[in-house]
Design a protein around this ligand. Sequence first.
Ligand code: SAM
Length: 280
Amino acid sequence: MTSPAELQAQADALAWYHSIDLGHGVVTRGSSVQETSADVIPDVSGRSVLDIGAWDGKFSFLAEQAGATRVVALDHYAWGVDWAARGAYWEECIRNGTLPDQSRDETDFWLPDLPGRRPFEFAAAALGSEVEPFVADFQTVDLGGLGAFDVVLYLGVLYHMPEPLTCLERVRAVTKEVAVIETEAVHLQGLDHEALLQFYAGSSLHTDFGNWYVPTIEALRNMCRAAGFSEVRTIIGPPPPPPEPAPGVRLRLGRRIGEIPVPPPSAPSTNYRAVVHAFV
Ligand SMILES: C[S@@+](CC[C@H](N)C(=O)[O-])C[C@H]1O[C@@H](n2cnc3c(N)ncnc32)[C@H](O)[C@@H]1O
Protein backbone atom coordinates (compact mmCIF):
# COMPACT_ATOMS: atom_id res chain seq x y z
CA MET A 1 0.00 0.00 0.00
CA THR A 2 1.30 3.44 -1.01
CA SER A 3 1.84 5.85 1.89
CA PRO A 4 0.68 9.51 1.57
CA ALA A 5 4.34 10.60 1.40
CA GLU A 6 4.98 8.19 -1.46
CA LEU A 7 1.82 9.29 -3.27
CA GLN A 8 2.84 12.95 -2.89
CA ALA A 9 6.31 12.17 -4.26
CA GLN A 10 4.78 10.34 -7.24
CA ALA A 11 2.39 13.24 -7.87
CA ASP A 12 5.25 15.74 -7.62
CA ALA A 13 7.04 13.92 -10.45
CA LEU A 14 4.26 14.97 -12.83
CA ALA A 15 3.52 18.44 -14.25
CA TRP A 16 0.09 19.53 -12.97
CA TYR A 17 -2.24 22.28 -14.10
CA HIS A 18 -4.78 21.70 -11.33
CA SER A 19 -4.28 21.49 -7.59
CA ILE A 20 -6.30 18.37 -6.76
CA ASP A 21 -6.92 17.06 -3.27
CA LEU A 22 -6.14 13.34 -3.46
CA GLY A 23 -6.97 12.74 0.21
CA HIS A 24 -4.79 11.99 3.26
CA GLY A 25 -3.17 15.44 2.90
CA VAL A 26 -1.89 14.76 -0.61
CA VAL A 27 -2.49 17.69 -2.97
CA THR A 28 -1.12 18.03 -6.48
CA ARG A 29 0.93 21.16 -7.10
CA GLY A 30 -0.97 22.83 -9.94
CA SER A 31 0.42 25.68 -12.00
CA SER A 32 -2.96 27.29 -12.71
CA VAL A 33 -3.22 30.72 -11.18
CA GLN A 34 -6.84 31.25 -12.20
CA GLU A 35 -8.62 28.17 -10.94
CA THR A 36 -12.37 28.57 -10.90
CA SER A 37 -13.87 28.40 -7.44
CA ALA A 38 -15.91 25.23 -6.99
CA ASP A 39 -18.65 27.48 -5.54
CA VAL A 40 -19.79 28.44 -9.04
CA ILE A 41 -20.75 24.85 -9.91
CA PRO A 42 -24.47 24.18 -9.38
CA ASP A 43 -25.86 21.10 -7.65
CA VAL A 44 -24.84 18.11 -9.78
CA SER A 45 -26.04 15.29 -7.53
CA GLY A 46 -28.08 12.77 -9.48
CA ARG A 47 -27.13 14.51 -12.75
CA SER A 48 -24.89 13.68 -15.69
CA VAL A 49 -21.95 16.06 -16.25
CA LEU A 50 -19.76 16.85 -19.24
CA ASP A 51 -16.54 18.75 -18.45
CA ILE A 52 -15.26 20.31 -21.69
CA GLY A 53 -11.55 21.16 -21.53
CA ALA A 54 -11.12 19.10 -18.36
CA TRP A 55 -7.27 18.98 -18.42
CA ASP A 56 -6.21 17.29 -15.14
CA GLY A 57 -9.87 16.76 -14.30
CA LYS A 58 -10.27 18.72 -11.07
CA PHE A 59 -13.84 19.77 -11.80
CA SER A 60 -14.77 16.34 -13.17
CA PHE A 61 -13.59 14.72 -9.94
CA LEU A 62 -15.38 17.34 -7.84
CA ALA A 63 -18.60 16.68 -9.77
CA GLU A 64 -18.23 12.95 -9.20
CA GLN A 65 -17.59 13.53 -5.47
CA ALA A 66 -20.68 15.77 -5.37
CA GLY A 67 -22.86 12.86 -6.49
CA ALA A 68 -23.05 13.15 -10.30
CA THR A 69 -24.35 9.94 -11.82
CA ARG A 70 -21.99 10.03 -14.81
CA VAL A 71 -19.07 12.36 -15.58
CA VAL A 72 -17.29 12.65 -18.93
CA ALA A 73 -14.00 14.60 -19.02
CA LEU A 74 -13.31 15.80 -22.56
CA ASP A 75 -10.04 17.33 -23.67
CA HIS A 76 -7.70 17.45 -26.58
CA TYR A 77 -4.78 19.90 -26.70
CA ALA A 78 -3.64 19.66 -23.10
CA TRP A 79 -3.59 15.87 -23.34
CA GLY A 80 -1.89 15.36 -26.71
CA VAL A 81 0.23 18.36 -27.63
CA ASP A 82 4.02 18.23 -27.29
CA TRP A 83 4.39 21.52 -25.39
CA ALA A 84 8.17 21.73 -25.62
CA ALA A 85 8.22 21.46 -29.42
CA ARG A 86 5.20 23.70 -29.80
CA GLY A 87 6.63 26.29 -27.42
CA ALA A 88 9.89 26.51 -29.38
CA TYR A 89 7.94 27.03 -32.62
CA TRP A 90 5.70 29.70 -31.04
CA GLU A 91 8.71 31.55 -29.63
CA GLU A 92 10.21 31.56 -33.12
CA CYS A 93 6.95 32.93 -34.59
CA ILE A 94 6.83 35.66 -31.96
CA ARG A 95 10.47 36.58 -32.69
CA ASN A 96 9.69 36.75 -36.42
CA GLY A 97 6.40 38.60 -35.90
CA THR A 98 4.36 35.88 -37.66
CA LEU A 99 1.15 34.20 -36.46
CA PRO A 100 1.64 30.55 -35.48
CA ASP A 101 -0.06 27.91 -37.63
CA GLN A 102 -2.33 26.35 -35.00
CA SER A 103 -3.22 23.42 -37.26
CA ARG A 104 0.24 22.02 -36.44
CA ASP A 105 -1.23 21.07 -33.03
CA GLU A 106 -3.03 18.29 -34.87
CA THR A 107 -0.04 17.13 -36.91
CA ASP A 108 3.61 17.92 -36.07
CA PHE A 109 3.02 18.55 -32.38
CA TRP A 110 0.49 15.78 -31.68
CA LEU A 111 1.68 12.89 -29.48
CA PRO A 112 -0.72 9.96 -29.85
CA ASP A 113 0.31 8.41 -26.52
CA LEU A 114 -1.27 11.47 -24.78
CA PRO A 115 1.49 12.31 -22.28
CA GLY A 116 -0.53 15.31 -21.04
CA ARG A 117 -3.26 12.99 -19.78
CA ARG A 118 -0.99 11.20 -17.28
CA PRO A 119 -1.80 13.56 -14.41
CA PHE A 120 -5.54 12.99 -15.04
CA GLU A 121 -4.99 9.22 -15.03
CA PHE A 122 -2.86 9.43 -11.88
CA ALA A 123 -5.51 11.44 -10.02
CA ALA A 124 -8.29 9.14 -11.28
CA ALA A 125 -6.43 6.07 -9.96
CA ALA A 126 -5.63 7.75 -6.61
CA LEU A 127 -9.27 8.77 -6.15
CA GLY A 128 -10.73 5.47 -7.39
CA SER A 129 -12.64 7.60 -9.88
CA GLU A 130 -14.92 6.41 -12.64
CA VAL A 131 -14.84 9.68 -14.59
CA GLU A 132 -14.75 8.77 -18.29
CA PRO A 133 -11.96 10.46 -20.31
CA PHE A 134 -12.91 11.39 -23.87
CA VAL A 135 -10.27 12.65 -26.31
CA ALA A 136 -11.83 15.06 -28.79
CA ASP A 137 -11.67 18.55 -30.17
CA PHE A 138 -14.97 19.99 -29.01
CA GLN A 139 -15.05 22.33 -32.01
CA THR A 140 -15.26 19.41 -34.43
CA VAL A 141 -16.40 16.31 -32.51
CA ASP A 142 -19.62 14.65 -33.65
CA LEU A 143 -22.11 15.96 -31.08
CA GLY A 144 -24.60 13.17 -31.75
CA GLY A 145 -21.97 10.63 -30.70
CA LEU A 146 -21.14 12.61 -27.58
CA GLY A 147 -24.76 12.85 -26.39
CA ALA A 148 -26.38 15.38 -24.06
CA PHE A 149 -25.70 15.99 -20.36
CA ASP A 150 -27.71 17.61 -17.57
CA VAL A 151 -24.85 19.91 -16.56
CA VAL A 152 -22.08 21.04 -18.90
CA LEU A 153 -18.91 22.71 -17.61
CA TYR A 154 -17.22 25.05 -20.06
CA LEU A 155 -14.56 26.54 -17.83
CA GLY A 156 -11.63 28.54 -19.17
CA VAL A 157 -12.23 27.56 -22.78
CA LEU A 158 -14.41 30.16 -24.53
CA TYR A 159 -11.76 32.85 -24.98
CA HIS A 160 -9.47 30.29 -26.62
CA MET A 161 -12.04 29.78 -29.38
CA PRO A 162 -11.70 31.68 -32.66
CA GLU A 163 -15.45 31.19 -33.24
CA PRO A 164 -17.04 31.72 -29.80
CA LEU A 165 -20.68 31.85 -30.92
CA THR A 166 -20.37 28.59 -32.86
CA CYS A 167 -18.78 26.99 -29.82
CA LEU A 168 -21.58 28.20 -27.53
CA GLU A 169 -24.12 26.77 -29.99
CA ARG A 170 -22.29 23.46 -29.68
CA VAL A 171 -22.32 23.77 -25.86
CA ARG A 172 -26.07 24.40 -26.05
CA ALA A 173 -26.51 21.31 -28.25
CA VAL A 174 -25.05 19.01 -25.57
CA THR A 175 -26.78 20.67 -22.59
CA LYS A 176 -30.03 19.30 -21.14
CA GLU A 177 -30.33 21.64 -18.17
CA VAL A 178 -27.58 24.16 -17.46
CA ALA A 179 -24.15 25.09 -18.78
CA VAL A 180 -21.60 26.76 -16.53
CA ILE A 181 -19.51 29.12 -18.65
CA GLU A 182 -16.40 30.65 -17.13
CA THR A 183 -14.26 32.92 -19.24
CA GLU A 184 -11.76 35.72 -19.32
CA ALA A 185 -13.89 38.86 -19.58
CA VAL A 186 -13.26 42.57 -19.84
CA HIS A 187 -14.67 45.31 -17.64
CA LEU A 188 -14.55 48.62 -19.56
CA GLN A 189 -15.22 51.79 -17.59
CA GLY A 190 -18.90 52.63 -17.90
CA LEU A 191 -19.41 50.17 -20.77
CA ASP A 192 -20.28 46.87 -19.07
CA HIS A 193 -23.84 47.18 -20.36
CA GLU A 194 -22.55 47.24 -23.95
CA ALA A 195 -22.11 43.93 -25.82
CA LEU A 196 -18.47 44.30 -26.84
CA LEU A 197 -15.78 41.78 -27.76
CA GLN A 198 -12.08 42.53 -27.42
CA PHE A 199 -10.13 40.79 -30.17
CA TYR A 200 -6.66 39.30 -29.80
CA ALA A 201 -4.93 37.93 -32.88
CA GLY A 202 -4.34 34.43 -31.55
CA SER A 203 -0.85 34.70 -30.15
CA SER A 204 -0.90 38.35 -29.20
CA LEU A 205 -1.31 37.62 -25.50
CA HIS A 206 1.46 35.04 -25.73
CA THR A 207 -0.50 32.30 -23.98
CA ASP A 208 -0.68 28.56 -24.38
CA PHE A 209 -3.68 28.17 -26.59
CA GLY A 210 -4.12 31.61 -28.10
CA ASN A 211 -6.70 34.07 -26.90
CA TRP A 212 -9.19 35.36 -29.43
CA TYR A 213 -12.30 37.08 -28.07
CA VAL A 214 -12.69 38.50 -24.57
CA PRO A 215 -16.31 39.64 -23.96
CA THR A 216 -17.93 42.19 -21.72
CA ILE A 217 -20.50 40.53 -19.43
CA GLU A 218 -23.26 41.85 -21.69
CA ALA A 219 -21.63 40.29 -24.76
CA LEU A 220 -21.28 36.98 -22.92
CA ARG A 221 -24.93 37.01 -21.87
CA ASN A 222 -26.06 37.98 -25.37
CA MET A 223 -23.96 35.29 -27.01
CA CYS A 224 -25.46 32.65 -24.70
CA ARG A 225 -28.95 33.83 -25.68
CA ALA A 226 -27.98 33.87 -29.37
CA ALA A 227 -26.65 30.33 -28.98
CA GLY A 228 -30.11 29.17 -27.91
CA PHE A 229 -30.06 29.29 -24.10
CA SER A 230 -33.35 30.66 -22.76
CA GLU A 231 -32.09 32.22 -19.52
CA VAL A 232 -28.69 33.43 -18.42
CA ARG A 233 -27.79 34.16 -14.80
CA THR A 234 -24.63 36.11 -13.99
CA ILE A 235 -22.78 34.36 -11.18
CA ILE A 236 -19.60 36.45 -11.34
CA GLY A 237 -19.84 39.79 -13.12
CA PRO A 238 -17.59 42.84 -13.39
CA PRO A 239 -16.11 44.44 -10.31
CA PRO A 240 -18.44 46.93 -8.61
CA PRO A 241 -17.75 50.65 -9.02
CA PRO A 242 -15.81 52.26 -6.20
CA PRO A 243 -17.93 54.07 -3.59
CA GLU A 244 -19.30 57.52 -4.53
CA PRO A 245 -17.20 60.42 -3.18
CA ALA A 246 -18.46 61.85 0.12
CA PRO A 247 -21.34 64.35 -0.42
CA GLY A 248 -19.20 67.23 0.89
CA VAL A 249 -16.61 66.61 -1.82
CA ARG A 250 -19.32 66.31 -4.48
CA LEU A 251 -20.93 69.58 -3.35
CA ARG A 252 -17.61 71.40 -3.46
CA LEU A 253 -16.75 70.04 -6.95
CA GLY A 254 -20.29 70.07 -8.37
CA ARG A 255 -20.72 68.02 -11.53
CA ARG A 256 -18.01 69.93 -13.36
CA ILE A 257 -14.58 71.34 -12.57
CA GLY A 258 -14.51 74.48 -14.72
CA GLU A 259 -15.40 73.22 -18.18
CA ILE A 260 -14.38 69.63 -17.38
CA PRO A 261 -17.22 67.26 -16.47
CA VAL A 262 -16.58 65.05 -13.46
CA PRO A 263 -16.89 61.44 -14.76
CA PRO A 264 -19.16 59.07 -12.87
CA PRO A 265 -17.22 56.97 -10.38
CA SER A 266 -16.06 53.71 -11.93
CA ALA A 267 -13.44 51.04 -11.42
CA PRO A 268 -10.65 51.18 -13.99
CA SER A 269 -10.89 48.99 -17.07
CA THR A 270 -9.57 45.56 -16.29
CA ASN A 271 -9.81 41.91 -17.23
CA TYR A 272 -11.45 39.48 -14.84
CA ARG A 273 -13.02 35.99 -14.90
CA ALA A 274 -16.77 36.01 -15.49
CA VAL A 275 -19.12 33.10 -14.78
CA VAL A 276 -22.66 32.64 -16.07
CA HIS A 277 -25.17 29.84 -15.74
CA ALA A 278 -26.94 29.39 -19.08
CA PHE A 279 -30.23 27.47 -18.88
CA VAL A 280 -31.83 25.51 -21.70
C1 SAM B 1 -7.30 27.22 -19.55
S1 SAM B 1 -7.56 25.48 -19.61
C2 SAM B 1 -8.96 25.28 -18.52
C3 SAM B 1 -8.94 23.94 -17.82
C4 SAM B 1 -10.12 23.70 -16.86
N1 SAM B 1 -11.38 23.64 -17.59
C5 SAM B 1 -10.18 24.76 -15.79
O1 SAM B 1 -11.05 25.64 -15.85
O2 SAM B 1 -9.34 24.75 -14.90
C6 SAM B 1 -8.29 25.20 -21.20
C7 SAM B 1 -8.52 23.73 -21.48
O3 SAM B 1 -9.35 23.62 -22.63
C8 SAM B 1 -8.84 22.62 -23.48
N2 SAM B 1 -9.27 22.93 -24.83
C9 SAM B 1 -9.01 24.04 -25.55
N3 SAM B 1 -9.60 23.94 -26.75
C10 SAM B 1 -10.26 22.77 -26.78
C11 SAM B 1 -11.05 22.10 -27.74
N4 SAM B 1 -11.28 22.65 -28.92
N5 SAM B 1 -11.56 20.90 -27.45
C12 SAM B 1 -11.32 20.34 -26.24
N6 SAM B 1 -10.59 20.91 -25.29
C13 SAM B 1 -10.06 22.11 -25.55
C14 SAM B 1 -7.33 22.71 -23.29
O4 SAM B 1 -6.69 21.53 -23.72
C15 SAM B 1 -7.25 22.95 -21.81
O5 SAM B 1 -7.27 21.75 -21.09
